[in-house]
Design a protein around this ligand. Structure first.
Ligand SMILES: [Zn+2]
Ligand SMILES: [Zn+2]
Length: 267
C-alpha cells in the first residue's frame, strides 16, 4: 500500500500538512486560511470532503488559522488534547462544538485507518504535541515547533521512516538579525524553536537505514534560508563521517505553497 504526505505550507506564516492514502486522509494543523487549504488540496487532486480529521499541535495562529471555517463550513472533526483545546478555544471561539474531539497523550488511537500517538514537546504554548502516525510497517513523525528534543519526544522522532522536523533558524543569522533581544532569547530557549545546528546534530545522531525521507520544516523567513538549513545538515553529517548515498532523501518544505508529494510504500 501507499501512504502520501504533502506539506501545503510550512513556517511561521502558516502550517498545514496532508497525510493520506486512496481511502482516508488527515491534516496536521490548519494554520493557513480554509480557502488556501481547499485550493492547495484541489491542486493535488484531493477534495476537502475526503479529509477525515484534523490534528492540532498547539494554539499558535500559524497552526490554527483555518480551523473555525473548516469546522463550520466543512464539519471536519478536530482532534487534540483537552489542554490544547482550552488554549485553542480561548483564541477561536467559533469552532463548531460538534467537531471537538479529545485525544490522550502517548496512548495510541485510531483515526482514518491510521494508528496515531501524540507526544508532548517543549514549546512556548500552553501545551504542544508532536504527531506519530503508523501505517502498516511505516512510521511518520511530525515535530514542527519545539525548543529542544527531550527524552519523551526523541523515541518517536528516532522511529520515523518519514520525519518532518523543524529547522527554524540559522544561529548566526538570528544573533546578527533585527529581532529584539527578548525575542531572540525566546526563540533560542528550550521552549522556542530548533536551530539548524540543533536539528542537524540530532539527525546525525539518529541517521539510520530505516530513515527514508527527512523534511526540514518551519524555516524562519527572517533568520534562515533553505540553502543554510541544508548546508548545516550536510556539514554536520560529514563531520560525523556519514556519507550520504541518496537515502534518506532530504527536502526543505516551502513556506507558502505545497511541496512535492512524498510516497511511502508500506505493508
Ligand atoms: Zn509554528
Ligand atoms: Zn508555535
Amino acid at each position: 500500500m501507499e501512504l502520501n504526505f504533502c506539506s501545503l505550507s510550512s513556517g511561521s506564516s502558516g502550517n498545514c500538512y496532508y497525510l493520506g492514502n486512496e481511502h482516508h486522509s488527515i491534516l496536521i494543523d490548519a494554520g493557513i486560511s480554509a480557502t488556501a487549504i481547499r485550493k492547495f488540496l484541489q491542486k493535488l487532486g484531493i477534495s476537502i470532503q475526503s479529509v477525515n480529521g484534523i490534528l492540532v499541535t498547539h494554539n499558535h495562529t500559524d497552526h490554527i488559522r483555518g480551523l473555525e471555517v473548516l469546522t463550520r463550513r466543512n464539519h471536519i472533526p478536530v482532534f487534540t488534547t483537552s489542554n490544547i483545546w482550552k488554549s485553542v478555544l480561548a483564541r477561536q471561539k467559533n469552532i463548531s462544538a460538534d467537531c471537538i474531539r479529545n485525544i490522550p497523550l502517548q496512548q495510541p488511537f485510531q483515526l482514518a485507518g491510521f494508528d496515531i500517538e501524540v507526544f508532548p514537546v517543549h514549546h512556548d504554548a500552553p501545551e504542544t504535541i508532536g504527531i506519530h502516525v503508523v501505517a502498516g510497517d511505516k512510521k511518520i513523525t511530525v515535530a514542527t515547533d519545539l525548543g529542544h528534543i527531550c527524552d519523551t519526544a526523541a523515541p518517536y522522532i528516532k522511529a520515523a521512516n518519514l520525519l518532518v522536523i523543524e529547522s527554524n533558524y540559522d544561529e548566526q543569522m538570528l544573533i546578527d538579525g533585527k529581532y529584539p533581544y527578548f525575542l531572540k532569547t525566546r526563540i533560542q530557549s528550550d521552549h522556542g524553536h530548533l536551530g539548524n545546528l540543533q536539528t542537524s546534530a540530532f539527525l546525525a545522531e539518529i541517521w539510520n537505514d530505516e530513515l527514508e525521507h527527512i523534511c526540514l520544516a518551519h524555516l524562519s523567513k527572517n533568520n534562515n534560508t533553505p540553502e543554510m538549513a541544508l548546508s548545516a545538515l550536510s556539514r554536520t553529517i560529514a563531520e560525523q563521517g556519514i556519507i550520504p548515498n541518496g537515502r534518506p532523501v532530504i527536502s526543505v518544505l516551502k513556506r507558502h505553497e505545497p511541496g512535492e508529494m512524498i510516497r511511502l510504500s508500506h505493508l
